[in-house]
Design a protein around this ligand. Structure first.
Ligand SMILES: [Zn+2]
Ligand SMILES: [Zn+2]
Length: 153
């Protein structure tokens, strides 16, 4: 299933906050960490790393939730959906919750992280699995591999 033409649109559960994506994703991720388990009330989180310049909130005003720390988790102020994260010290990308897209059928996690904390039965179709996070020296290759994977899918 192809992702279709940019821009992509999406929003929270109630529709008060709407977002627009106008850049190709850098990578897609499932995270099994216990923090994501709690914030999603589920087994793992699904996200898409999007270059910051290609991400825009087009209506509504998301508020900070989650840990209220240096990494900023943004939520809809009305329905409280977790929408996106701006990770500490990495201003060049935004981590959007994948299933907020109006059409997320193309979505598939390319990597999965923190499998050391995963629920024993939880599995994804991610191509690369990491016990914790991918080592920094792997990033360049990973992003290049994902760009090719995105083209082909
Ligand atoms: Zn909402
Ligand atoms: Zn996580």
């Amino acid at each position: 299933m192809s992702a279709g033409e940019l821009p992509w649109h999406g929003g929270c559960r109630c529709g008060q906050v709407r977002i627009k994506v106008n850049a190709r994703p850098l990578v897609t991720m499932a995270c099994h960490c216990t923090g994501c388990q709690r914030m999603t009330s589920s087994a793992f989180s699904l996200s898409i790393a999007i270059p910051s310049e290609g991400f825009e909130v087009t209506s509504g005003e998301p508020v900070i939730g989650g840990l209220h720390g240096a990494t900023r988790h943004y939520f809809c102020p009305h329905c409280m959906s977790w929408m996106f994260t701006r990770p500490e010290g990495m201003d060049w990308f935004v981590n959007l919750r994948a299933t907020l897209l109006d059409d997320a059928r193309w979505y598939r996690p390319f990597i999965e992280t923190w499998t050391c904390e995963k629920l024993p039965w939880a599995s994804t179709s991610a191509i690369h699995s990491y016990n914790a996070l991918p080592p920094l020296e792997d990033f360049e290759q990973l992003l290049a591999d994902y760009a090719r994977f995105f083209e082909e899918n």
